[in-house]
Write a protein that binds this ligand. Structure first.
Ligand code: EPZ
Length: 418
């Protein structure tokens, strides 16, 4: 299937169990390398990116077996320390294998990672942290050749609370002699989930969720069983779809605290949101209003990954909403496609001003990245016609059963082949 077809104008109603978190399971799959044993990953979403991570593990000599949403990974057979360029280019998270391989084998070789094109995405914080832990890194040939006779614990100060750099450092530090302290660490729920997984393997990692993470390295590690947290960005996507299309949806098995900035914004726009420990219910009449400026920032701020989704939900809102994208330089590639559907959005650098319009029309549009692609579908639910979304491989990287889930909620949506 390479295209999604959406007939707009139908409300969404019903319940949905939220998939496991992409941005949690990917660093966890890299972390399995540290165990040298068998790990069972439950609530593992069926995603293109997870398949890419499995291919990397198998290339490195590990074994992986999926049964439903449970993935069993055995890393006893790890025999290689290099990852081919094509596998590195498939996704940004491939670089998180660097810290794990270094901790396990003391050397690693790979090219720079790929992933969504959101503007420059350097890995200088990752490399600086690994160098502080005693890694020699030769970048002279455009390939990262890394070696560490012995990793040593150290003090790491991140100039930005980078999610990836925090994760890579946590993994490498598990193989380092002594204590590593990460200051200005990322505080995302996925970092906490990674810490919980590492602790189950026997690692001494503490402080995740705060700005300071402390790792005592060189603990004997072993296999374990872990259930991945729910995907807060997938949940945000369905909430924005329900808000825009109207109706009442209930998301199950999701931690409402991970979505507080998103549900606050949707409540301000006129939705009724009720949350319990494991559920979020949203009611909307589909007539939203503009809200106060939305500034993306590291967790617990408003997630950059939900920017395009909320923007799509507010295209027909009463009034104006200003978005400020503070994390990535060019994360408005979905705007030109939304304008094809009749949206009124003006961009000035990192600022986008959404002026609500009375109607949107169907169009042929192209996904250019994961969240931008999902936003086009959210917009398509609000038109009076048919929207055809192409390049859906971007969407399949991060959403499992996206079309089926929306259809189950009552959307008139199908995946087709052109
Ligand atoms: C993670 O990417 C997520 N990906 C992204 O989600 C998310 O947008 C991002 O965090 C921010 O929340 C995964 O977890 C797999 P960063 P990551 O390092 O780790 C700059 C999605 O849609 N930076 O926190 O790559 C960087 O350029 C994806 O699911 C450096 O300058 O993000 C960016 O401006 C898209 N040097 C900022 O920091 C570095 O060495 C935050 O990046 C590292 C980062």
């Amino acid at each position: 299937m390479n295209q999604i077809q959406v007939e707009g104008g139908r409300p969404l109603n019903g319940d949905l169990v939220v998939q496991g978190a992409k941005n949690s399971v990917l660093p966890i799959l890299a972390a399995t390398i540290l165990s040298g044993g068998v790990c069972q990953i439950q609530h593992c979403p069926a995603l293109r990116d997870v398949d890419s991570a499995i291919r990397i593990l198998q290339y490195l000599g590990c074994r992986a077996h999926r049964e439903g949403d449970e993935l069993t990974v055995d890393t006893a057979g790890l025999s290689r320390c290099d990852i081919p360029e094509d596998m590195m280019r498939e996704m940004r998270s491939s670089v998180i294998f660097l810290g794990a391989i270094l901790a396990r084998l003391g050397r690693a070789e790979m090219s720079y990672p790929g992933g969504c094109e959101l503007g420059p995405r350097p890995i200088d914080f990752h490399l600086a942290a690994l160098r502080t832990l005693g890694t020699d890194i030769d970048e002279s040939t455009g390939v990262l050749r890394c070696s560490a006779a012995e990793l040593r614990g150290g003090e790491i100060l991140l100039s930005l609370p980078s999610v990836g750099a925090t994760e890579n450092t946590m993994l490498a530090a598990c193989g380092a002699e002594g204590t590593t302290v990460i200051h200005n660490a990322a505080r995302e729920p996925e970092i906490v989930d990674l810490q919980n997984f590492l602790q189950k393997m026997g690692a001494s990692v503490h402080g995740a969720g705060s700005s300071t993470v402390v790792i005592q390295g060189k603990r004997p590690l072993h296999g374990c069983c872990h259930r991945v947290i729910a995907d807060r960005i997938a949940a945000a996507t369905y909430l924005c779809a329900g808000a825009a299309a109207g109706g009442e949806i209930c998301l199950r098995q999701v931690d409402y605290r991970h979505l507080s900035t998103v549900t606050t914004a949707l409540s301000q726009a006129g939705c009724r949101v009720r949350s319990t420990s494991e559920e979020i219910t949203l009611q909307s009449d589909g007539h939203l209003r503009g809200i106060t400026p939305v500034r993306t920032s590291p967790y617990p701020g408003f997630p950059t990954d939900a920017q395009a989704l909320l923007m799509a939900a507010l295209l027909k809102s009463q009034g104006t909403t200003v978005f400020v994208e503070n994390i990535f330089e060019s994360r408005y590639r979905h705007v030109a496609e939304l304008q094809r559907m009749g949206a009124d959005i003006r961009i000035e650098g990192r600022v986008a001003v959404v002026c609500g319009v009375s109607s949107l029309h169907g169009a042929m549009v192209q996904a250019s990245d994961l969240r931008g692609g999902a936003a086009l579908v959210v917009a398509g639910l609000q038109t009076g016609g048919t929207t055809l979304v192409g390049h859906i491989q971007h969407i399949q990287r991060g959403y499992s059963d996206f079309v089926e889930n929306l259809a189950r909620l009552g959307a008139h949506i199908t995946a087709t082949n052109t």
